[in-house]
Design a protein around this ligand. Structure first.
Ligand SMILES: Cc1cc2nc3c(=O)[nH]c(=O)nc-3n(C[C@H](O)[C@H](O)[C@H](O)COP(=O)(O)OP(=O)(O)OC[C@H]3O[C@@H](n4cnc5c(N)ncnc54)[C@H](O)[C@@H]3O)c2cc1C
Length: 295
């Protein structure tokens, strides 16, 4: 493994101090969260121009707080801490989070962080797609203060995000979702330790009459540089009465929304076919959390 060239190791004890260090070291600074992705970048020599390694470990960002129905997740909350947080356990509307965190192995659950997973801006990761389905946003903190960025605007391309100079990802926010909402997440992988060939996060809101009052269907994995929303599929669902036929039709509509890539792991055609199957299964899984059986 290529030795990391860092001349400075800093361990700030507040968000303010993180911003000061980022401002001081500029593009020569790199943040360290759980280190599970960063170590791979360092091993490939991609850290060669970096001078300062800034650990977020002591910055006081390892919390998961319910706030009036919404959820505020500190950037340094680990996958395990999020999974075990009482606001997440057993809530149908947050089912996508629990589903997405079923996949990583225990070592990653214990070390990887919500902030690191999101700020990596790697479209093959799972949690960000689940968070998009939930309408999530990040809180960026920088020299100009704090600003909220919807996750859909946060991801710009492979490894590119919307954080500006001196900014870091301080929190992820999941907004309060309407009553009778449920979500789910599914991943297609070649083996148990694989990154997604394709993944999908869905969220539905169903009223007392059985009409769909809100739907989000988001795909990640091999679909290009950023996760995508399946707008045509969502339009099929919105305002419609749920039935097995409607679920079939809406899943078929994914064809208009998702244009996967071909690579050494799977062809675009395979992924496109799988996208329809995955969307239907994820919708069925979410609806089952509301006691509605279509499987
Ligand atoms: C064996 C293995 C199995 C895996 N399985 C899965 C899986 O099943 N599903 C899945 O989704 N992922 C999986 N992963 C990937 C894993 O999710 C990522 O490695 C992890 O999310 C990265 O988070 P981290 O806290 O370790 O970030 P780090 O490695 O510390 O950092 C990642 C990047 O984000 C930057 N960064 C970190 N925190 C911040 C912040 N707060 N603000 C701005 N920038 C920041 C860092 O500078 C770095 O560029 C796996 C990884 C491994 C090694």
């Amino acid at each position: 493994m290529a030795a990391a060239p860092f001349k400075q190791y800093r361990s700030p004890e507040s968000s303010q101090e993180v911003v000061e260090l980022l401002t001081r070291y500029g593009e020569a600074a790199v943040l360290l969260a759980g280190g599970t992705f960063l170590h791979g970048l360092a091993a490939r020599g991609l850290m060669s121009k970096m001078e300062a390694l800034i650990s977020l470990q002591k910055a006081g960002l390892d919390y998961v707080k319910p706030q009036g129905g919404s959820l505020t997740i500190g950037a340094m909350a680990t996958f395990r801490e999020l999974l075990d947080a009482s606001p997440v356990k057993g809530r149908p509307e947050l089912g996508a989070i629990a589903d997405a965190l079923e996949y990583p192995p225990p070592q990653i659950l214990n070390a990887a962080t919500v902030g690191g997973s999101t700020a990596s801006a790697y479209p093959l990761f799972d949690l960000p797609v689940a968070l998009i389905a939930l309408g999530g946003a990040v809180v960026a903190q920088g020299p100009g203060g704090r600003r909220e960025i919807k996750l859909e605007q946060f991801f710009l391309d492979y490894f590119r995000h919307a954080l500006g100079k001196g900014e870091f990802l301080a929190e992820v926010i999941v907004p309060k979702l309407p009553d009778r909402s449920a979500s789910a997440f599914l991943k297609l992988e070649t083996n148990a330790n694989d990154l997604a060939l394709l993944n999908v996060g869905v969220r539905v809101t169903i009223d007392e009459e059985g009409l769909c009052r809100g739907a989000v269907v988001a795909f990640g994995g091999g679909i290009g540089g950023v996760p995508v929303r399946a707008a045509t599929c969502e339009t099929y669902l919105e305002g419609s009465r749920l039935s097995a036929k409607l679920l079939d039709e809406s899943a078929q509509a994914v064809t208009h929304d998702v244009h996967p890539i071909s690579d050494h792991r799977a062809s675009a055609r395979y992924r496109a076919t799988a996208a329809k199957v995955l969307a239907r299964r994820a919708l069925i899984r979410a609806l089952a959390r509301l006691g509605l059986e279509f499987g």
